[in-house]
Write a protein that binds this ligand. Structure first.
Ligand code: FES
Ligand SMILES: [Fe+2]
Length: 428
């Protein structure tokens, strides 16, 4: 359980909130590159960390992320005209460049330099690995660009999707590092989902529903090791990576692609669930890409033209009680991502953590909260740079390994937990 004060400290991410200010020190994913497919395409609205922003790509291909609203009288620039290296407000024609600088006020006399004094809030927007990343902190503190392995491999080896999740970011993150639910909630999918099935390790997941957790601090966050019994007294270890504030990487299964998430606050009651699949040493197959598009694995299908999942809280996630009864799915909800999202959203937008009853399998969650609290206090009180910003902290991998009973996983999987170009992941 967590006190009200600590819960508020962790869940509030608007401007000025300590956690909000801390998350603003990281590069975070904002858009899929395909949302701004060409020069002078339509601008795209977004809310991030409770700020309403607008992205556009100008005539020369430069990206900008600026305040959504015109500095004149507050019209949404989403209606703007994207033309001749700027975005023009359709109300009275004020025009802005990708840095938010006002470059034309056509109603003013030509000799007036008033436009020079007008600048909207703006943030950098940079493409890496099919994603447009932004940094919303103070310019002088901007860290080096992210180097996550899934955005560093060739584009044919990686694919990313995003969906709206109607819950606070921390609730989603806590689901991402709680690997004990896999043996229950996802048990129907382990052997049927095309992106999971057939792995040797699935057997251990399904046969041992009492994993022992060993959580160890890593430079950027935590290694969350879940131990299950394998043959001959050996242990099957699944080691999840969490890098602050919200990168998670699920341990691989067999020869499948590797996947994980980012959970990025939209406001305090909604977040973007980013989901990537990649393989460090090979291209993704046509079948894998098709599976992602069809919402298999950790991905979802959408209400057309949106990032709202097709199964969502307004249609009870299309729950199928018959499938729940006959065990096709454990909860009646189809698909791994919506199984997770449905339950995390069912807790309410910000779950009351003063009422929970945590058990030993919640160790990952408990330690992640501690690490976040420590980091946010040190950041807020003393200006200490939080873990996970240093690119070295981002060169991580999750792993699934079988180890003899006396070997600690930190030793047995030491090499496997580091991202190394052209080295295959450790997987069972
Ligand atoms: S409100 Fe945008 S130009 Fe007047
Ligand atoms: Fe899950």
């Amino acid at each position: 359980m967590l006190s009200k004060e600590h819960s508020a400290l962790l869940t509030q991410t608007g401007p000025g909130a300590p956690m909000g200010e801390m998350i603003r020190r990281y590069w975070i994913p904002a858009f899929l590159s395909e949302e701004l497919p060409e020069n002078e395409c339509s601008p795209v609205r977004i809310k991030l960390l409770s700020e309403r922003l607008l992205a556009f790509r100008d005539s020369q291909g430069r990206y900008g992320l600026i305040d959504e609203f015109c500095a004149h009288r507050g019209v949404s620039l989403w209606f703007g005209r994207n033309e001749e290296c700027g975005l023009r407000c359709p109300y009275h024609g004020w025009k802005y460049d990708v840095t938010g600088q006002c470059i034309d006020i056509p109603s003013e006399p030509e000799e007036s330099c008033f436009s020079k004094k007008i600048k909207l809030t703006s943030y950098p927007l940079v493409e890496r690995g099919g994603i447009l990343w932004t940094y919303m902190g103070p310019p002088e503190k901007q860290p080096p660009m992210p180097v996550w392995e899934f955005i560093s491999v060739p584009r044919t080896q990686t694919i990313t999707t995003k969906r709206l999740q109607e819950s606070n970011w921390l609730q989603a993150l806590e689901g991402g590092i709680d690997s004990s639910h896999v043996s229950f909630l996802h048990r129907g999918d382990l052997d049927s989902d095309p992106m999971f099935k057939g792995a040797e390790g699935n057997r251990y997941n399904l046969s041992d529903t009492r994993p022992i957790f060993e959580v160890v601090e890593s430079p950027g966050g935590l290694y969350i090791g879940a131990r299950r019994n394998a043959e001959n007294g050996n242990y099957y270890w699944r080691i999840t990576q969490w890098v602050m504030p919200s990168f998670t990487m699920i341990p691989p299964r067999g020869g499948h692609s590797v996947h994980g998430h980012f959970w990025i606050p939209i406001d305090d009651e909604n977040c973007w669930a980013w989901s990537y699949d990649y393989h460090p040493t090979r291209e993704l197959t046509e079948d894998e890409i098709k599976s992602v598009v069809e919402g298999k694995g950790i991905h979802a299908t959408y209400v057309p033209g949106t990032f709202i999942p097709e199964a969502n809280k307004h249609n009870d996630y299309l729950v199928d009680r018959e499938a729940q009864k006959n065990g096709t799915t454990f909860s009646g909800v189809k698909g791994i991502s919506m199984q997770d999202a449905s339950l995390q959203e069912s807790m309410g937008p910000i779950v009351d953590r003063t009422k929970e009853n945590l058990v030993s399998t919640d160790n990952g969650i408990i330690m992640a909260r501690h690490r976040l609290l420590r980091a946010v206090k040190a950041f807020h009180d003393k200006g200490v740079t939080p873990p996970g910003i240093d690119p070295e902290h981002q060169k991580v991998r999750s792993a699934a390994v079988i180890l003899p009973p006396h070997q600690p996983y930190k030793e047995g999987a030491r090499e496997a937990l580091i991202a190394r170009p052209r080295v295959a992941p450790a997987s069972v």
